[in-house]
Design a protein. Structure first.
Length: 310
């Protein structure tokens, strides 16, 4: 199969675009889509510090490399990579090694925050204590808190996430199925700044997951292939399969889900001011109620560790 833009051999087919691409044109198209998202999502005035959440996987590796490529030529900008060690044996150590290798290769400052030190618990310990709770539920909430704090400590104007097109389409569908408009509006990329919350950016929003993987391989970016041992219980797995089936039957479904989300958010924000979130009475972080979800899970974890305190 030949590239749709030249006579070179194609390395990938893109049914949603009706095209095939050689390695050079494929990498160019990924970079162009990412730059377009950064131009659209970045806050006005480009100078300042930008944090990138770096897990050590393919998505965050590509997000860091392309964000750095876009921002580095702009005077007065700085990029720092943030990794969270949730305490997941057999998984996180390898991803942190890959993250460290990538930041050394790119010449980027790399900071690691550890759940055990910051929260007094780890995902593995909490998973044993709260056996009836899906680990991804509390792990994701704690990771978001740690990233927000680390980005704030770094003086970041925004926090770049490695969410790709598939991730975002799955999240849109999950929130629509659950009728959760509040979470739908608060999805990254953030349109409005909320007090205490570093705005999230998603520069890979227009890039499918398999294209992120191929780009990382072609660009020679170090990343870890491992899967979290707790991931098999995640609710997202069902929606990942549904989105894949829909995309196979009707190419472009993922883009349609994102367009639906964008339009819903645009109309929501035009119709009413969502207002600033409250503050958690325990930690002071943004919260929708008396306690933020991170503190709610920490309370459950501590109660499980010391039943007499429950």
């Amino acid at each position: 199969m030949r590239c749709s833009s030249c006579t070179g051999e194609a390395v990938i087919d893109q049914p949603y675009r009706g095209r095939h691409a050689c390695a050079a044109h494929f990498r160019r198209s990924v970079a162009e889509r990412t730059r377009a998202e950064l131009r659209r999502q970045l806050p006005t005035g480009r100078t300042g510090t930008y944090a990138v959440a770096l897990s050590g996987g393919k998505d965050s590796a590509v997000a860091l490399a392309l964000t750095l490529e876009y921002l580095r030529p702009i005077p007065g900008t700085r990029v720092v990579a943030l990794s969270v060690d949730e305490g997941i044996a057999g998984y996180r150590p390898a991803t942190l090694r890959a993250a460290r290798q990538l930041t050394e290769q790119l010449g980027v400052e790399h900071r690691v925050v550890r759940a055990d030190e910051e929260l007094g618990t780890t995902t593995d310990r909490a998973a044993l204590r709260m056996a009836g709770t899906v680990p991804c539920a509390f792990c994701g909430v704690w990771r978001r808190r740690l990233l927000n704090r680390a980005a704030r400590d770094a003086g970041a104007r925004a926090l770049v996430l490695g969410f790709n097109l598939d991730d975002l389409a799955q999240t849109v569908l999950m929130n629509l199925v659950r009728g959760d408009l509040d979470h739908l509006v608060r999805m990254a990329p953030h349109r409005t700044r909320q007090p205490g919350l570093i705005p999230r950016l998603a520069p890979l929003a227009a890039v499918p997951e398999r294209e992120v993987y191929l780009y990382a391989r072609l660009a020679g970016l170090p990343f870890d292939h491992g899967e979290c041992p707790h991931a098999g219980r995640a609710a997202r797995n069902l929606f990942r399969e549904i989105v894949w089936q829909l995309e196979e039957a009707q190419p472009g479904t993922r883009q349609s889900l994102l367009r639906t989300h964008d339009e819903l958010v645009r109309r929501w924000l035009a119709a009413e001011d969502p207002g600033a979130p409250g503050r958690c009475r325990s930690c002071g972080e943004p919260a929708g109620g008396d306690l933020c979800r991170a503190c709610e899970y920490l309370r459950l974890d501590r109660a499980a560790a010391t039943p007499e305190a429950a």
